[in-house]
Design a protein around this ligand. Structure first.
Ligand code: F6R
Length: 611
């Protein structure tokens, strides 16, 4: 939630900040703003609305400084408005701050500052930060950089909650201080310039060398140097990491939207996830996961914990692990797991799935699992993300940057990686050898099979044109197809704003069938030969009641359904990887027909870094 960007260098900061913010808009787009250091002090331009709207504000033309900060907001405290937009300045106008996260004790801090005669203009939690910095700065002496740093460190000691913060001060026109705790922030190292951002892709076109801050680490940044300090103001050493993503992977490359590009990238992203981890005739290789056979034999439960789409990948993973490893698996939303005192201990293996690696609930759930003695594995797409710094082991999906708010390629890569982990465990446990050999071959076929599914695009687009004005759509499936229904339904509602629900096919007649009436669309996924007859009966039940039917199947069906999208046959354990693609496209084309912003659906942000 919220994106922040910063620049300290020799070039004009404004275009660099605007460019970075446009790339971070997927994190929130309620308001935007930038501040730069000018000869006359800090100048700030901000407003309600999109980043591109900033260019319509005439005062932006006077920002010429070469050091600046920027923010694109997903509103939490205070409605979207110009006053509530970041950057926020302290009462003296000498400190400017942008912030991503939530300051939980802001009300107490406001009272404290008010008792020292500070005023507040906005309704935000953030405005306490520049004023606290000013408060502590005033109690310091001299004008050395140390005084500035100490004031920021002292202010942060007062904060409870999560934050990634950039601070400018007119007293230190060549410097910026940044810090993070439970919110993402990376520093990109250039030649005589440094970049700051909430994520790597936003500044990937400028540099490939990044510093990743741990919680409560501070960076004092100038053009030619970056010094790091811990929360006790002691200098620390950090090494830059080189990132292998190419800048083009964060561009649309001729596609109308990032979502369409990312859907179409799935043959490649799946190939990257597979990498050299499995091959047809040898054992799987997961060098980053050296769990022993005796440990795997000792565990009595696998818990998969995640949010949203990542949790749906986990639901598919449950089928794979239970089938291959014969260990019971439970799957739970991170936001529920952490508040119910789950029964887990050193005999539980916990898997946390998160594309961004920054989802607050998933990270908090991981910390809880660790505190109870469980072994923790994170599955993430973002190298060096917060979760990777907490988990015992981290495996990366390598799907490349996912920019569209609606997750597509990350989901299919997550299931591929779960299948590979399950294969790895089953090999160590010496279980289901033959099944594993077959599954490996099927996984290796996936990239070309996905290419095949993508060819149905035009048919799906035509069906989207028929149903885009509808109010309700139902998704049904049995077994692993039900998990795909859940994901298909989520995709549709988040980008088309059409109400949709997913049910196990057999559950329809226990209530929801009352909602089926003439012309309602029912999407049905049907990939398991053993469940075909039963599932067809369920579809017939809705057809009889007048429903329109959109079927995704790898079976031969001799029935007169409204639209049937054929997908290639594969092992049913990995079938969601193929069957979700028509549903991603359906949601995409419906959203386009409705003229909506596919990549930035209302009220949503890509990284949910608040609880
Ligand atoms: C839906 C979507 C969300 C995310 C969820 C978890 O398309 O993208 O439901 O899957 O917010 O995000 P990560 O995977 O980053 O933890």
């Amino acid at each position: 939630m919220c994106g922040i960007v910063g620049y300290v260098g020799e070039k004009q900061a404004k275009p660099i900040l605007i460019n970075g913010l446009l790339r971070l808009e997927y994190r929130g787009y309620d308001s935007a703003g930038i501040a730069t250091i000018e000869k006359a002090g800090i100048k700030c331009v901000k407003n309600k609305g999109r980043v591109s709207d900033l260019n319509n504000i005439s005062s932006i033309n006077s920002l010429e400084g070469t050091i600046g900060i920027g923010h694109t907001r997903w509103a939490t405290h205070g409605k979207p408005s110009s006053t509530n937009s970041h950057p926020h300045l302290d009462n003296s106008g000498n400190f400017a701050v942008v912030h991503n996260g939530i300051i939980e004790n802001y009300a107490d801090l406001r009272d404290f500052l008010k008792s020292h005669h500070y005023n507040f203009l906005s309704e935000t939690d953030t405005e306490v930060i520049p004023n606290l910095i000013h408060f502590y700065y005033e109690s310091g002496k001299g004008s050395s950089q140390k005084r500035f740093l100490k004031a920021v460190i002292d202010a942060c000691k007062m904060l409870k909650g999560s934050y990634a913060i950039e601070v400018l001060s007119s007293y230190y026109p060549d410097n910026m201080i940044v810090v993070r705790k439970d919110s993402p922030l990376v520093i990109g190292k250039g030649e005589n310039e440094n970049y700051i951002s909430s994520d790597i892709p936003a500044i990937l076109s400028f540099t490939k060398d990044f510093y990743l801050l741990n919680d409560k680490e501070f960076a004092f940044i100038s053009r030619n140097s970056i010094e790091f300090y811990d929360e006790n103001n002691r200098p620390i050493e950090k090494q830059a990491k080189s990132i292998t993503w190419d800048a083009g992977s964060a561009e649309k490359n001729g596609f109308a939207d990032f979502m369409l590009k990312e859907i179409n990238e799935q043959p490649k992203s799946i190939r990257e996830t597979i990498g050299s981890r499995i091959s047809a005739n040898s054992e799987s290789i997961l060098p980053d996961l050296n769990l022993t056979k005796s440990f795997l034999k000792s565990i009595n439960k696998i818990s998969i914990i995640a949010c949203g789409t990542a949790m749906h990948a986990g639901l598919a993973g449950k089928f794979i692990f239970e089938n291959l490893c014969e260990i019971p698996v439970e799957v739970e939303a991170a936001s529920e797991f952490r508040y119910r005192n789950p029964i887990i201990n050193e005999k539980t293996l916990c898997l946390f799935i998160t594309q961004s690696g920054e989802t607050a609930d998933t990270i908090a759930a991981l910390k809880l699992a660790k505190s109870k003695g469980a072994k923790t594995i994170a599955i993430s797409n973002v190298v060096g993300s917060s979760i990777s710094r907490e988990a015992d082991y981290t495996l990366y999906t390598h799907a490349g940057p996912e920019i569209a708010v609606a997750s597509t390629k990350a989901y299919t890569s997550q299931i591929v990686l779960l299948a590979i982990i399950a294969i790895n465990f089953a090999e160590k446990l010496e279980k289901n050898n033959q099944k594993i050999d077959e599954l490996k071959k099927d996984i290796l076929l996936l990239p070309s099979q996905v290419e095949e599914v993508l060819k149905s695009s035009d048919k799906i687009k035509d069906f989207a044109k028929r149903i885009y004005k509808e109010k309700d759509v139902f998704f049904i499936g049995r077994g692993i197809d039900y998990t795909t229904s859940l994901e298909g339904s989520l995709k549709l509602k988040e980008i088309s704003y059409i109400h949709s629900e997913a049910y196990p096919s057999g559950e329809l007649k226990h209530g929801p069938i009352a909602l089926i009436e003439n012309n309602v669309t029912v999407v049905s996924i049907l990939t398991n030969r053993l469940l075909v007859e039963k599932s067809i009966s369920n579809i017939q039940e809705v057809v009889t009641r007048g429903a329109k039917t959109f079927i995704v199947t790898n079976q031969e069906l001799n029935y007169d359904f409204d639209e049937v999208i054929k997908i290639p046959k594969t092992n049913s354990l990995i079938s969601p990887i193929l069957s979700i693609i028509p549903l991603q496209l359906l949601a995409y084309y419906i959203s386009k027909e409705k003229g909506l912003d596919v990549d930035k659906p209302r009220n949503l942000a890509k990284s949910v870094t608040v609880e």
